[in-house]
Ligand binder design. Structure first.
Ligand code: DC
Length: 211
């Protein structure tokens, strides 16, 4: 079974998806981390004056750690520079096609909670449950500022820029799938959001077993 969680920057996708996966005993897939790895590789390649092809990039998950090649890049992919670059590489159809293929392959077997921008619309439109997670701009910027230590204003400007790029790009722009359940997390404690999605997943699973 697949639970697809899509939504804009800072809606709480990672925290919520990770917790829903733990609660259900499913495997968590952070597809944004894959775009971030491609961005980090591009930055590293520029510094080293070389060019790796997409096929040469090995991206692996080991528990909570993200590996690019043999290097643990869990923290390196979270810098503001990589965030901005990730939203740029994510507009490249060749990058998207490549990563979408990998994401489809990964989630084909077993039980997954996959989180990103296009899981329910492009990667796996057949997902049994689709969630579109949102929150107000101010709340999203506040959450990010608490994580990064930057000001709310800086985060607000940054996320609006990234949202705009994610929503207006030609290749699989961020949008809510018609059959997704919209969950607004503004002012709602994470535990409540997690509980609601986990219940929806359990109900979906029970219906599938009955059918
Ligand atoms: O969720 P995130 O901030 O880690 O994602 C990093 C960037 O990758 C973000 O700008 C949008 C892009 N992305 C995407 O286009 N499609 C996905 N499925 C996941 C992320």
């Amino acid at each position: 079974m697949l639970v697809a969680i899509d939504g804009p920057v800072g809606a709480g996708k990672s925290t919520v998806a990770r917790a829903v996966a733990a609660r259900l005993g499913f495997t968590y897939l952070d597809t944004g981390a894959m775009y971030r790895c491609v961005a980090l590789a591009a930055i590293q390649d520029e510094a080293a004056d070389r060019k790796r092809t997409l096929d040469e990039l090995r991206i692996d998950f080991e528990g909570d750690r993200v590996l690019l090649g043999s290097s643990d890049s869990t923290d390196a992919i979270r810098t503001p520079e990589v965030s901005q670059r990730a939203s740029v590489v994510a507009t490249d159809p060749a990058v998207r096609e490549h990563l979408v293929e990998r994401q489809r392959g990964l989630t084909q077997r077993g039980d997954w909670v996959a989180e990103g921008r296009d899981i329910g619309t492009v990667v796996r439109p057949d997902a049994e449950l689709k969630i579109y997670l949102t929150a107000s701009d101010e709340e999203r910027a506040g959450r990010r500022a608490a994580q990064t230590g930057r000001s709310v204003e800086e985060e607000l400007a940054d996320l609006r820029e990234r949202d705009e790029r994610d929503r207006t790009r030609e290749a699989s722009p961020l949008r809510r799938a018609d059959d997704a359940v919209e969950v607004d997390t503004t002012g709602v404690p994470f535990a409540e959001v997690v509980e609601r999605i986990a219940r929806l997943a359990e109900e979906t699973r029970a219906k599938a077993v009955d059918a």
